[in-house]
Structures are given as C-alpha cells and as structure tokens.
Design a protein around this ligand. Sequence first.
Ligand SMILES: Cc1ncc(COP(=O)(O)O)c(C=O)c1O
Length: 332
Amino acid sequence: MIGHRGGEFKKLYASIQPRLQTLFGTQRPVFLSTSSAWGVMEGALRNLCAKKVLNGMCGAFSDKWFDVSKRCGKDAAALQVEWGQPIRAEQVREKLSTGEFDAFTLIHNETSCGILNPLAEIAAVMRDFPEVMFIVDTVSSFSTQPVPMDELGIDVLLTGSQKALALPPGLALFAVSERAQERAATIKDRGYYFDFVEFAKNQAEDMTPSTPVIPLINALASKLDDIFSEGVEARHARHASLNAMVHEWVKARGFEFFAPEGYRSRSLTCVANNRNVDVAAWIKALREKHSFIIDGGYGKIKGKTFRISNMGDETPETISTLLAALDDTLPS
Ligand SMILES: Cc1ncc(COP(=O)(O)O)c(C=O)c1O
C-alpha cells in the first residue's frame, strides 16, 4: 500500500482527473469519496439544503432519497410519480414555482424500474430556478451515455463504482458546481466526512479529506485506461447497441417494457412480466444451469418485473449468451 499523503498517491490522483472531467463533462474537479453512492447522496443534502429539498421520486432509490432527506433533518417534499413513469419537466416546474425549495434531487436512471428520466428537459426548467441546487445521481447511467454536467447546469453530479463502471463497490465519484461549492461554505452542520469544503481544500493538493480506498482508485485508473482505449463515444454506442439487443429479445418473446417508450433506460431493461411466468423459478434455473444471475424485480414489483443489465463491460457475446440462457430456462 502507498501512503495517501505522499507523492505517489498525489500523482495517481492527479493523473485520473482529466479523464474523469471528460466523463463528467465538467471543468470542475472530480472528488473521490470512500463510500458508496449514498454517502454523497446524503452529503449533498447536508452541504446544500438550508430551506427545503424537493425529491423527484419514481422508484426504489429515488423514493429512498426522500426518506434519507428527512433522516438528515431536512424539510423535504415528494414529487412522486408512479413506479414505471418518468418525472416530467413540467411537474418539476410546478413544484419549484412555489418558491419553497433550495435543492432538487433527481435520479437520472432509476435502476429499480428501468426509467430514464428526461434530464435535458428537466435541466432546462432548472435554469429558471437558479436558487435551487440541482443534485443528480447517475449511479447506473454514468459513462453509458453522455451526461454533460456543465452544459446542463448540474450542481452535483454523482456516481458509484459498482454499477455503470463495473468496479468493486466502495467508491463514489462526484463533482460540485462553483455556485454549489459557494453555497456549501455558507451551510451549517455539514459534518466532516462528506464536507464539500474539505473535499475542495484537499483537492487543491491532489488529496482526499480522509484516508481513501487506494486499491479502488488504482482499479479506477485501470478502468479509465479501458474506457479511453475503447473510446468514450464507442462505449456509449456499445451500450446503445447492447440495450437494443435486449429490447429485440423482449419484443420477440412477447414481453412488454415496464417503462414507456422514450423513457427506457439504456443500461438495463426492466421487463414487465405480462406473460405471468414464474420469475423466481426461472431465475433459480438460470443460476443453477448457467451460473447467471438476473434480478427478479425490486421491492413491490418483485415477480411483476425482471431486469437485464447491459452496463459496464458487457459485450455482444456476453449479452447473447445470457439471452440464450434465458431462452433455455424460460418456464413454459
Ligand atoms: C440509481 C441508484 N442510486 C443509488 C444507489 C445506491 O447505491 P449504493 O448502495 O452503492 O450507495 C443505487 C444502487 O443500486 C442506484 O442504482
């Protein structure tokens, strides 16, 4: 192991910054948090919300963000849509027009139900509310499609290591806009571990506030080598074409999509179990016979849906092998 206050670590930290900034679509520094995504999801509220937060909710993770807001002692309001539906820009406008809020949370790609929220349209609305900090989770969409932080005016863009990046869990990555960084400096009781001011101070010296998970940062550097040798655009195109392969399979087998057209995730597919197959038995057979694991529906949509991921390092070969195994084990 190397020391996290020494030259070797600083070199590692500095070496990954430009490529992370490219992936984030930002000129701002990209901070590394030794936590899973929830650390930063909670931390963003502690750093930026003094008045009231609006939580955009359309599935398990975004619903939980509302609960987490309240657990942080924040005054919070729900912008709840039915699971399987996207959050619409006009709904955001209507809520923010009350003038009650100084922060809004959005999960770009709601992993639990395969919803891709209309980020650009919502970002356009956010521009009319400059006092409201726009906090965006891209845990399961980051690097699978462009999310240009600066261009969209996002104040906090965050992701985690173990989903779209296909690294082991334990690292969260995030960037903070200049105005959000200024806001954080005025907010009381930010704590220490997720204090944006501490992150910025340490960043200036290519360091993190507390001891970072150095093995994962090495793994991240290696993953960035992979991403940039494939090419960022080629990576996006690969995810689009793998997603299309899954979609073709869904249609050909007579299944339906849980999300409406135009709002379907590009990194996973949440399939509606309209054929009423025994999903639990199917998944068991898939695991036992082919050693594949897919998810049989999250929380209240367990059994009513199942999910097929095409994120991370999947290839046409791995996806077609998985789809063939699904066919082989599909209960009649
Ligand atoms: C979209 C999204 N946000 C947040 C999380 C929470 O991530 P973690 O448990 O790694 O903190 C997940 C986990 O699956 C997720 O899919």
